[in-house]
Design a protein around this ligand. Sequence first.
Ligand SMILES: Nc1ncnc2c1ncn2[C@@H]1O[C@H](COP(=O)(O)OP(=O)(O)O)[C@@H](O)[C@H]1O
Ligand SMILES: [Mg+2]
Length: 430
Amino acid sequence: MNIYEIVIGADRDLVSRGHVSLVWRLSGVSLGSAAAIEARAVRLIHPPMVDVAMPHTQMPQGQIQGQMPSGQVPQNRKPGNLGTTAPVTTNYLADCRHFMQVGELGHGTFGVVVKAIDLRERPPREVAIKLLSRGNFIKQYKTYVKREIDNQSRLRHPLIVSIQEVFLTKSHLAIVMEYARGGDLFNYTMRHGPHGRLIEQQARWIFQQLIIGLDYCHRRGVANRDLKLENLLLDHDGKDGIRPLLKICDFGYSKHDRSSSAKSGVGTPVYMAPEVILGDNHYNAKKADIWSCGVILYSMLFGKYPFNAKEPRLARRIVAAQYTLPANVAVSPDCLDMLTKVLVAEPAQRMGMEDIKCHPWFLEGLPPGALDMNEFLLKGMEPQASCQRKVELVVDQAQRMGNPQEGLWACRLLEPIGQSRPANGQPRKA
Ligand SMILES: Nc1ncnc2c1ncn2[C@@H]1O[C@H](COP(=O)(O)OP(=O)(O)O)[C@@H](O)[C@H]1O
Ligand SMILES: [Mg+2]
């Protein structure tokens, strides 16, 4: 096994602020022993992972679902996207005529996401707006911000949160998105099944959607690189017994085929593939996404992560794909077959997208036509280059703080699926 030194470079401040998704640099410098890499990896992972550690890794059976073991909501999940909004504290959209902020949806690694009403639409439409501080923040993370907007706006799919528009306020770069009202999969998993996990059929329904949405992304040339329960949203909370639709969000670490091959170890440690942990130069980002899908499937089925961040030797266990299958949860042999073929350390031996789409467990109960949907959607046009240029100008301008003389900086991207305007350009009637 190669030994690498793990260093945290420009992203040190993310770590010191205790954020979830840290960016690692794995420099490839030999430290001389596997124990050394282990010790350093664990030390680097540990502080931020206090926030991330999936609460039900320690949740005793029968604990009230949705409650953290300590009774505390980890800091990074406040207010948490439970499909509800927290009261507005700061009005980020005070200087904005078209949008009215009505609540906060979540705090992520990079910014705050608010719920707002688009007052231009009739009837006014709910949207989610991600707000990133202008100035130095954008300067430092410009590449990621551009990629997020550029890559996500290429994806027009019912299982992917669509980006509709970007604009500048005096203090923030605002990314207007389709609003997913059902909260995130982390909360859904905790609240919708026994003991903070999902029953196999529920997990399969989510997994099928994840694979179909991700297959579309990959075929459009985009790897997400930060797939996790918190970045998978739902269109409704499922309380009425209707199965929710999945909405993949957060393309902040995404990578397109046409950019250089994936080298940086980005993502969230417990979801990271072994090759990402090892700092493989030019790893296959799509295969690494598939590994994260395996971690997500395991977490939904068993209500805990396959690799517990709080246990020692985390990096070594991920690299060796060393995880256990809890004996107290009954899972079908087909399901286990799929899971164990996805959570394989060697990317070449790991199941690929095409194998997953043929697997009997994946195919069971799949709505007719689901697999054909991507063929159809892939025939659609990609956004025009002129739009990408406009987005670049807006992001470049966001590197400076706004001033009263600054004009309107905005770029309208495509309308969300099903809400396109008629040819006369008038908003759709309800
Ligand atoms: N379109 C959306 N609809 C509803 N909630 C959202 C939406 N986008 C993000 N959120 C909430 O905000 C959180 C942070 O957003 P995300 O895009 O993941 O930001 P970050 O890159 O900072 O992690 C998400 O985990 C989710 O709870
Ligand atoms: Mg996120």
